[in-house]
Design a protein around this ligand. Structure first.
Ligand SMILES: NC(=O)c1ccc[n+]([C@@H]2O[C@H](COP(=O)([O-])OP(=O)(O)OC[C@H]3O[C@@H](n4cnc5c(N)ncnc54)[C@H](O)[C@@H]3O)[C@@H](O)[C@H]2O)c1
Length: 448
């Protein structure tokens, strides 16, 4: 099928590259000429495992990028909207979506055939039908359901795992105003034969995405609240507590061999210094605000957000047990991206932790395998010294704080053993074995 994707951010470019890999002809559209040029050269504009190889393979052939949206619509049968939907403090900002809808409508006015417009961006229930559809009708002077279709296909990918998750999805949700809209999308996803496809209306498709993200964010804040209580009680380690929770028959399956299969949700039912990224914080805030708008109190989601905002302070609290004043204390942050395998630092817990340390007068260093450029956009060299290697980051530090679960950090115990004196190590993700490090402290663990 010939498709166009508007917006080549994390979602747009991964979607485009993966659909090209599945044999479709994809036109990617962006207003950012530099991204368009990179894509056409076969270079990934973001760090995402496997993306570079796909772009190299398909750029100039099955995948092309352009700034000309009208041209892309003319040459394709289906257009996806994958632009950003930031939270503006009160609700999601639909400026980008509305702009694209207007341009798509104008392009549709000059096109014959039943073109289908699909919203892939995360938008609150009602946006596709009540905002995007009327703009498309007005700017095209055509009728939805008669001249063109309008659908909603939420994206569930996780940054860092995006290509793999797109190629091997757990579900495909297809919303649409009518059968032809849904069937056109089903045709696009024909290359994913064993995946459960949920066909529904646009509002339900929109709501599924928010409900899914809100549940996972709730699991994280629940674990963090339990962790904070554990750290206030002697001899209770949250890691053991959550292990005991995971092996319940409700959460894990026991095979006939008696082996337990750990449920993937266990990754979210684990203590840490908080969730970040471009989705969880924004989506939970947007859904809570949307509830308020409909006069539905969203007490649970508001608590999820409040716990998460406070969580980075746990790190400072742990450091202060050992260093009552952080003035002049050399602290190294391991991991700046909001999760491993991505360079995305949007809403990363590393940001409030670094800012709090700077306010307290600490001297802060940071190491991340791939997020160096992103970190430079947020912190000056005076605020944050970035080290080139993990070993450099560990040297001459009074304290080390692990913020991101990068696999590379599994080497930390061995590297630390070579140092004298031993720095304090604060495990913000409970990644490492507490017995493997001389001066170990962690979230959800009372050690003094
Ligand atoms: N990042 C994720 O992990 C993820 C996962 C699932 C869903 N989502 C949702 O997908 C949407 C996109 O997220 P993202 O992280 O890819 O966003 P992003 O900010 O990384 O990218 C958006 C892109 O849209 C482009 N753009 C803006 N206006 C445009 C216009 N008028 N025409 C063409 N291009 C335009 C921007 O230049 C940018 O390249 C959001 O709604 C987000 O909530 C994101």
């Amino acid at each position: 099928m010939k498709i166009s994707i508007v917006g080549t951010g994390y979602v747009g470019i991964v979607t485009g590259a993966c659909f090209a890999e599945k044999g479709h002809h994809v036109m990617c559209v962006d207003i950012d000429q530099s991204k368009v040029d990179l894509i056409n050269k076969g270079t990934a504009p973001i760090y995402e495992r496997g993306l570079g190889a796909l772009l190299k393979k398909h750029a100039g052939d099955k995948l092309r990028a352009t700034t000309n949206l009208a041209d892309a619509v003319r040459q394709t049968d289906l257009s996806m909207i994958a632009v950003g939907t930031p939270f503006d403090g009160n609700e999601i900002d639909l400026t980008y979506i509305k702009n694209v809808a207007r341009q798509l409508g104008q392009a549709l006015s000059a096109k014959s055939g039943y073109h289908v417009v699909v919203v892939k961006s995360t938008v609150v229930p009602g946006t596709t039908d009540d905002v995007v559809l009327p703009i498309l009708e007005e700017s095209s002077r055509k009728k939805a359901g008669v001249d063109f279709g309008v659908g909603m296909n939420p994206e569930f990918l996780t940054e860092g795992e995006a290509v793999n998750e797109f190629m091997y999805p757990d579900r495909i949700v297809l919303g649409g105003i009518d059968q032809p809209t849904i069937e056109r999308q089903a045709e696009l996803y024909q290359g994913f034969p064993d995946v459960e496809v949920l066909r529904t209306n646009n509002k339900t498709a929109e709501m599924i995405k928010y409900a899914a993200n809100s549940l996972l964010a709730t699991c994280i804040s629940f674990s963090n609240e339990i962790a904070n209580l554990c750290s206030a009680i002697k001899d209770v380690d949250v890691v053991e507590v959550m292990r005991g929770v995971h092996i319940s028959r409700y959460l894990s399956v026991q095979l006939p061999s008696k082996k337990r299969v750990q449920p993937p949700v266990a990754a979210f039912l684990a203590a840490g210094c908080g969730f970040g990224g471009s989705c969880f914080p924004k989506d939970v805030k947007a859904l809570a605000a949307h509830g308020q708008k409909h006069h539905v109190p969203m007490d649970l989601l508001n608590a999820v957000l409040a716990i998460n905002e406070r969580q980075p302070r746990q790190i400072i609290k742990i450091l202060k047990k050992q260093f009552p004043s952080l003035q002049g204390i050399r602290v190294t942050i391991l991991g700046l991206a909001f999760r491993p395998d991505t360079n995305d630092m949007r809403e990363s817990p590393a940001i409030p932790i670094i800012r709090a340390l700077l306010r307290e007068g600490a001297i802060v260093k940071g190491y991340d395998p791939v997020a160096e450029d992103e970190a430079r956009r947020l912190f000056s060299p005076q605020e944050l010294e970035l080290t080139k290697t993990l070993a450099d980051g560990l040297m001459q530090a009074d304290a080390i704080v692990l913020v991101t679960r990068w696999d590379e950090f599994l080497k930390v115990p061995d590297l630390l053993r070579q140092l004298t004196p031993q720095p304090l190590f604060v495990d913000g993700r409970r990644l490492l074995d507490k017995a493997s490090i001389a001066r170990y402290e962690g979230i959800g663990l009372e050690t003094t």
